[in-house]
Design a protein around this ligand. Structure first.
Ligand SMILES: [Zn+2]
Length: 157
């Protein structure tokens, strides 16, 4: 698997509905094993990533946020369902006495369920991220979990 860099990226954005400027923290994961690819993957994550964080003023998220979010949800569910179908196929082969397939028969459903849970977590983002957006200068009114991320980010975590 290799090492994975995990950290908050501070994303500044402007609400496309009411024009309020706000920012939010997006937890980004980038694989570290190849330094050259790490650089470019990092740039991509910083420049093009989005998370579904509604505007703290009017509660609306931009069309880009919704589109990226939809893509992520569909991908997670597709991988999860694909793995469960793979599991069914592997089980059928294992029943015919191929020992290696017993290992796959354990890994596939677990990974598949993992992706389905991941998809469900993504699906709930419009609700769970409702208060994740921060208007600069109004950090004091952010919820405690967001304040903790601000503090960690300012420390250079
Ligand atoms: Zn707005």
């Amino acid at each position: 698997m290799g090492q994975v860099w995990k950290g908050d990226v501070r994303r500044s954005t402007q609400c496309t509905s009411c024009g309020t400027g706000y920012y939010y923290f997006d937890l980004v994961e980038v694989r570290e094993d190849d330094p050259v690819r790490f650089e470019s993957a990092m740039r991509r994550a910083i420049d093009f990533g989005t998370d579904l964080v509604p505007c703290p003023r009017c509660g609306k998220a931009s069309a880009t946020m919704w589109a990226d979010w939809r893509k992520k949800v569909v991908k997670k569910f597709a991988i999860g369902i694909g793995m469960l179908i793979g599991f069914a196929v592997v089980m059928a082969i294992a029943m015919n006495g191929a020992p290696f397939f017993y290992i796959l028969a354990i890994i596939l459903p677990l990974a598949g369920l993992g992706y389905l849970i991941w998809g469900a977590v993504m699906l709930l983002k419009p609700v769970t991220n409702k208060r994740a957006g921060i208007v600069p200068g109004e950090e004091a009114s952010a919820p405690p979990s967001v304040q903790a991320r601000i503090a960690a980010f300012d420390k250079g975590e």
